[in-house]
Ligand binder design. Sequence first.
Ligand code: BMA
Length: 324
Amino acid sequence: MQQPDQRRRLVNRHANNPLLTAFDWPYFVNTVFNPGAIRLISGETLLLCRVEDCTGISHLCAARSDNGIDGWRVDPQPTLMADPEHFPEEYWGIEDPRVVWLPERESYAVTYTCYSQRGPGVSLALTEDFRHFERLGNIMPAENKDAALLPRKINGRWVLIHRPVPAQGRAHIWMSFSPDLKHWGDHTLVLTARRGAWWDANKIGLSTPLIETPEGWLMLYHGARVTPAGCLYRLGLALFDLDDPTRCLQRSTKWIMGPEAAYERTGDVGDVVFPCGYVIKDDDDTLNVYYGAADTSIALASGSIREMLDWLRENNTPGDPRDG
Ligand code: BMA
């Protein structure tokens, strides 16, 4: 299998990739992938990993590391299991968490996919310690996925980015608003999937939570291009207005990362890079993006936020960036 080339690029894979696999788990599992990520007050990096056991159903499990690269301490048991008895929308498990620190609530918000018998939806739980969770339940009904909160209220309301899938047509990225994290409205389309041959045609979704920069909220999003051999998951960039995050300012024409390495091309679902979390290093510029590789392992790619913003300006889609 070909290894990725070493040309200079916007994001660079870590030499230790994949950082975590099922073999690192203290209990028997099939695969570990698509982790949410956060830097704890202690300085540790916490990954909230999607873990698929040998029933096919997923739960979440925390792994902690001092440097975010090695020395991972994985919880000895699942950290957050589906609870279908009290939350029937979690019937087929919970998946793909995004973690955001909410200073106003002094807690971490975990948005995750709840896999119900009517399809995947979005659920929200709050935690202060990744041991006890307050479940707020299903906040976006099926079919919907790829959701994260902004870390603070905008004009008095919480903002949720999410990706509903209509019965017909393309799947786009939306934002919704809430006074209390429970009741959501003013649903607004913010980024559309392109058409035809584009890398982000037909189906797009949020990757990691948005990154606050002086120029706007930077979004990493995935495009899932359908090919005769299956879906190809790649990553692109978009920038949204800080005060009105529904306003898309720029959108990249090209993808910045796609499956290349052997561990990304081959696995339970090949040709997938799927980030759900990031940590920003002490230089306030280096973005460590944690991603699921081929629905099988966890890997790390790093890049400079400054360089991403510069590149996006030069590779911006002309016209209305919201509408591809
Ligand atoms: C998406 C999500 C991800 C998964 C990807 C590739 O729809 O379900 O969890 O990594 O497909 O299988």
